[in-house]
Design a protein around this ligand. Structure first.
Ligand code: LHQ
Length: 262
């Protein structure tokens, strides 16, 4: 499929999606939303794709909603919520719900909904020069695209409120210290480091990684007992994969496992 606002590259089992509106710091217009949704649907149905990497072209990851598209008529009250219903909420749900790991590779500034899409990755990595800005309060909005959920869970109330209300930029270094980011890579080697990580993950037992993600997401709404039941059910599924047999066989034969992702 050919796109205009995103670039797509498949490298072995890794699907790299690059948000590609660098003049607008890769902010989202309708076209970019539609293309990204179409590509994520394609990836979800493609058994050859075992990891998704999302990054940005140029100096930004994503500056959230394209504000230059907004036109205000003095007589109507815009319903910003509609855009969340139509685009942002389905997007972040899709990313969390994908049964393969999503690496968000935050190459530069990530602001507004762009910051929260970045933080939705299963593994979030950042270039040293990247920063995360909950820019919403500067334009009279609240953090969206799952921002209030992710920030409160990962940072606690005090920091979540401060970074949201003050729109204080969070450096990559601080984001790592606060547990928002898994690893920070040098700017010069960023995409090579990201691809090394993606390659490693693309050779793991893909079904088990997807089930791990599902189990961890369920924690916030489950009791301990419910979580044990869920682990029991999902472990049953993992145990029925070819990769489980291969993992145990490789261990016994003292060799590296050759997982196929099934
Ligand atoms: C942009 C943008 C942008 C257009 C930079 N749009 N052009 C959901 C539902 C519906 C409606 C509302 O929103 C939402 C969710 C949201 O995401 S709300 C939050 C929207 N995003 C923001 O408020 C961030 C706006 N951008 C910024 O604050 C700065 O650009 C950051 C901090 C990201 C980067 O600052 P600088 O490095 O100083 O770059 P810059 O400001 O000079 O921007 C470079 C160019 O990119 C510039 O264009 P120009 O033609 O002057 O070179 C900006 O106008 C353009 N740009 N963000 N969101």
């Amino acid at each position: 499929m050919s796109y205009n606002s995103i670039l797509v590259e498949q490298k072995n089992a890794i699907c790299v999606i690059t948000l590609n509106r660098p003049d607008k710091l890769n902010s989202f217009n309708t076209e970019m939303h539609r293309e990204l949704a179409a590509e994520l649907n394609r990836v979800a149905a493609d058994p050859h794709c075992r990891v998704v990497v999302i990054t940005g072209a140029g100096r930004a990851f994503c500056a959230g909603q394209d504000l230059s598209e907004k036109k205000f008529n003095p007589n109507d009250a815009p319903d910003v919520g509609k855009s969340l219903d139509e685009y942002y909420n389905p997007l972040v749900k899709r990313l969390r719900g994908l049964s393969i790991p999503v690496i968000t590779a935050v190459n530069g500034v990530a602001a507004g909904a762009g910051a929260n899409i970045a933080l939705t990755g299963d593994i979030v990595v950042a270039a040293k020069s990247a920063r995360f800005i909950q820019a919403f309060s500067r334009i009279g909005l609240i953090p969206d695209a799952g921002g209030t959920y992710i920030l409160t869970h990962k940072l606690g109330e005090m920091r979540a409120k401060a970074v949201s209300m003050l729109a204080t930029p969070i450096s990559a270094k601080r984001a790592k210290k606060w547990g928002l980011v898994w690893q920070v890579f040098d700017d010069d080697t960023f995409m090579d480091d990201v691809m090394a990580l993606a390659t490693q993950m693309s050779q793991q037992a893909t079904v088990a990684l997807g089930l791990t993600k599902q189990a961890i997401h369920a924690v916030s709404s489950n009791s301990y007992d419910q979580q044990l039941d869920l682990e029991r059910r999902l472990q049953g599924e993992a145990g029925r994969t070819d990769d489980y047999r291969e993992g145990v066989t490789a261990f016994k034969e003292k060799r590296d496992a050759r997982f196929t992702g099934s």
